[in-house]
Ligand binder design. Structure first.
Ligand SMILES: NC(=O)C1=CN([C@@H]2O[C@H](COP(=O)(O)OP(=O)(O)OC[C@H]3O[C@@H](n4cnc5c(N)ncnc54)[C@H](OP(=O)(O)O)[C@@H]3O)[C@@H](O)[C@H]2O)[C@@H](O)CC1
Ligand SMILES: Nc1ncnc2c1ncn2[C@@H]1O[C@H](COP(=O)(O)OP(=O)(O)O)[C@@H](O)[C@H]1O
Ligand SMILES: [Mg+2]
Length: 280
């Protein structure tokens, strides 16, 4: 039977981006731990962290390879750093995070798999887990079950989705995608030129997006934005929709005057964009 696809429009912005109450503090806007950034893919976790901070998350910790520490703080003094080889130090931070983003630049070597398995094991019922990039590839390759208590948000591109769902890219219809998302009990963002979100028994399709977004780091940035929005805004489904819409709306604007949109430019535009579209 035909599934009715709902469109994601600018309405989601005022619906989700609340005006900030005076009586608030960092904790009001959520704590995020971002885990990824192997030596070869350090930029991925830096772009995801940039997006999380610039989305307005209260407190951001980046858990990554120590080779990234200096460049992380060059780009983002607001983020705290933890060496991902030091799980004793990382564990309490992961456990106390409202949102964990894992996967951007994580890589697929045995140490990455060990880290992913540990994070899945400690994921709690109050937490939202954004699973992106290599974490999705590892999940699929090792048949890892998703944590059963946390709210899990997957952000695959179409090949990552093929790996996780087993549905070939050419066969990724709303019907097949929705069935697979339901089986995973997860919110699934299937990224493409018109990204779709599978959540609370509905299928949503983005109305924005430009080929100027087709560049490395664009998905890492979306993962950080999904984390940053999920850390601040109560309803996880709506937070994901607002992040997906904002990501392409900012890109569309930049693409009016640019051939390619650099992922970090989207993050840098977030504070003004969110101010403009917050609920009155
Ligand atoms: N600066 C950094 O540090 C960056 C780090 N990054 C990190 O790299 C890690 C690997 O992520 P990844 O997406 O680059 O590689 P992977 O998962 O192997 O998939 C690529 C394979 O799938 C195929 N393919 C088919 N359709 C496709 C589609 N729609 N979208 C995409 N691919 C599609 C594609 O076909 P091809 O292009 O070869 O024709 C190719 O064979 C991950 O952790 C990520 O966070 C990146 O974010 C970049 C910037
Ligand atoms: N032609 C396009 N039109 C609109 N958005 C696009 C297009 N190509 C790629 N994107 C967007 O760019 C991002 C690519 O994600 P991904 O492949 O994970 O990037 P990364 O290199 O950061 O891992 C997705 O959000 C996708 O929707
Ligand atoms: Mg990606």
């Amino acid at each position: 039977m035909m599934i009715n696809v709902k469109k994601i429009t600018s309405q989601i912005l005022t619906d989700v981006i609340r005006k900030r109450p005076a009586d608030s503090f960092k904790g009001t806007y959520g704590k995020i731990a971002l885990i990824g950034g192997s030596q070869n893919f350090g930029g991925a976790i830096i772009m995801a962290s940039l997006a999380a901070v610039y989305s307005g998350a209260g407190l951001v910790t980046t858990i990554t390879d120590p080779s990234n520490q200096t460049s992380l703080h060059d780009w983002l003094p607001e983020a705290m750093f933890v060496d991902w080889n030091n799980f004793d130090q990382a564990e309490p931070i992961i456990k106390s995070a409202d949102v964990v983003v894992i996967g951007p630049g994580l890589g697929t070597d045995p140490s990455a798999l060990t880290l992913l398995t540990k994070v899945f094991r400690i994921a709690g019922s109050e937490q939202k887990l954004v699973i992106d990039g290599s974490a999705l590839t590892l999940l699929a390759a090792n048949n890892l079950p998703l944590p059963k208590d946390s709210t899990n948000i997957l952000t695959p591109h179409q090949m990552e989705w093929q790996r996780v769902s087993g549905i070939k890219i050419a066969d990724q219809t709303p019907e097949k995608n929705q069935a697979a998302a339901k089986q995973l009990h997860a919110i699934v963002v299937v990224k493409s030129h018109r990204t779709q979100v599978y959540a609370d028994n509905h299928v949503y399709e983005n109305t924005g997006g430009t080929p100027a977004q087709a560049t490395g780091g664009m998905g890492d940035t979306l993962a950080g934005m999904v984390g940053g929005f999920a850390a601040q805004f109560k309803n996880p489904q709506k937070a994901v929709l607002a992040a997906v819409y904002s990501h392409s709306a900012i890109a569309d604007k930049l693409a009016e005057k640019q051939y390619v949109v650099l992922p970090h430019q989207i993050s840098e535009a977030l504070p003004k964009f969110m101010y403009k579209h917050q609920a009155k």
